[in-house]
Write a protein that binds this ligand. Sequence first.
Ligand code: BYC
Ligand code: FE
Ligand code: FE
Length: 474
Amino acid sequence: MSINYSEKIPNNVNLTTDRTLQRALEHWQPKFLEWWGALGPHDFAGNDVYLRTAVGVDAQGWASYGSVKMPDYRWGIFLADAIPDRTIGFGDSYGQPVWQQVPGEFRAQFRRLIVTQGDTEPASVEQQHLLGHTCPSLYDLRNLFQVNVEEGRHLWAMVYLLHAYFGRDGREEAEELLARHSGDADKPRILGTFNEPISDWLSFFMFTYFTDRDGKFQLKSLAESSFDPLARTCRFMLTEEAHHMFVGETGIGRVIRRTLEVMKELGTNDPGAIRRQGAIDLPTIQRYLNYWFTSSLDLFGSEVSSNAATTFANGIKGRPDESQFEDHVCADASFELDVPDGQGGVAKEKVPMRNAMNEIARDAYVKDCEIGVKRWNMAIKRAGQDFQLALPSRRFRRAIGAWAGVPTDQAGTPITREAFERQSVDWVPSEDDRAFVRSLMQQVKEPGKMAGWIAPPDRGINNLPVDYEYVRLN
Ligand code: BYC
Ligand code: FE
Ligand code: FE
C-alpha cells in the first residue's frame, strides 16, 4: 500500500477512515514536535540535511533522498504489507490465525512490551542531543541526523499502536513516552543502556553497532508476534534499522583504519605516542567496545525469565527468525546455561526452554556482533599489527540476570571483587580515557574533510561523493 503524504500525518493505514484515532494522533503530534525541538538534535533546526524519507514500504525503492530541514521531516505511520492468511508462528496457539486486535487477556503484556520498545527510541535521540556540535565530518553529521529522525519515527510507530489499540491508557502511555527522559533522576528511561550518556562519537559508533543491534533482535522477535499490526510495524522498522548498524560498523572501522595509519607512520603501538598524534589507540577502542557490548547484553533481560516464558507461550513475542527452528511450541524442551555456583565458580543449569528465550535471543545477538569484530580484526591483521579486538564474555560486567554483580574477568572467569576493581582500568574506559576521547571531539564542517582521528568513508550517501555538502550549515 502506498504512503499518503497529503495528510498531516503521512501513513499507509488509512488514517482518514478513523476520525477519532486521527484526531488523537494529531493531538499528540505537536507534543512530539515540541519534544523534538527541546531534546532532539541541539541546534541545526534551520539547516538543510540530505535525508532519506520512506515513500513506500515495498522492498524496491522505499526511500527517496532530498534536502530537508529536520523539523519538516515527514514522521509518519508505516506498516509493512500484510501477509495473506498469516498464522501464529509459535507458542500454545501455534497455527491459528493471527490477531488483528489485542486479546483482552494479553493486553497488559502487550502494552508493557510496546511501551518498553517505544521508550528506547526517543531515549536514543536524547542521548545524542549534543553530538552535532562535535561531528568529525558533514557526512557523519548527516548520518547522525538520519538515525535521529528515524528513531523519532520509531517512536511514532509505537505511539500509533498505543493509540489505535489501547484506548485511553494507550494515550496516557504515549504522553509518558515524552515525559520520561534519558538520565533523568526522577523519570529516567526504562532500560539501563538508554540512560547512559553518549557524549563522544566513539560512543555513538559503539552504540549504533551494539545497542541498535539489540533493537534489530528485539524487533525481529516482535515481528513474529501474533498481534499482526505489531508484527507489520516491526517488519518495516527493521528495514530502517540496517542503516543505523551500518553507521556503527563503518564508524568503528574508520576509527581503526585511522589508528592503523598513525601506527604505521610512527612505527609504534605505544598508546601514548598514538594519542599524541591525535588518534585513538586500539586498547582504548577495546575498552569502549567492552562497555557498550556488556551494557547492551543486559537489554535482553534475565537468562531465566518467567516473563519471557509467558510471552512466548501466549504468542506475544517469538524468537528472532522463528522459522529457523523446528519446534515452535517448546512445551517440553529444555535449555542448558551457565550460572554462578555461589562459590566463585560456574555451574550448569537446565531450565525449560520457554524460560530461556531471552538467552536464546542473546545468543543470536552475540553471533551477529562477532561479524563486525572479525572484519575489524582483518584490517588490523592486514596492517601487520599484532592486536586483536574481542567481545568479552557475556558473564562480564553484567547488571541484569544471573551474572548481575558477579565480578569476572573479560573471559568470564569469576574473580574477587578486589581483583575486578584493580583491573577495571584495563577493561572499561577510565575517566582519563574519556577525557582524552572528548579532547579529540572538534567539529569539522568543511565538505569532504575528516577529523584527524577517523578515516574517510569508502563512499558517500546514495552514490554522491564523500565531499558532497550533506548538511548545509549556513
Ligand atoms: N535495564 O524477566 P526479565 C532499540 C527489567 S533497543 C533495566 O529479566 P524480560 C533501540 C524488565 O523490564 C530494543 N531494566 O526480562 C536501540 C523487568 O521489569 P518489570 C528495545 C531491565 O521482561 C537503539 C525486570 O527487569 N526493545 O529498539 O523477559 C536506539 C525483569 O525482567 C533490563 C525491547 O526491549 C535492563 N537492561 O525482558 C534506539 C523490546 N532488562 O517489567 C532504539 C521490548 C530487564 O518486571 N522489551 N529489565 O518491571 C522486552 O521484550 C522486555 O521487556 C526485555 C526484558 C527484553 C527488555
Ligand atoms: Fe529504532
Ligand atoms: Fe536504530
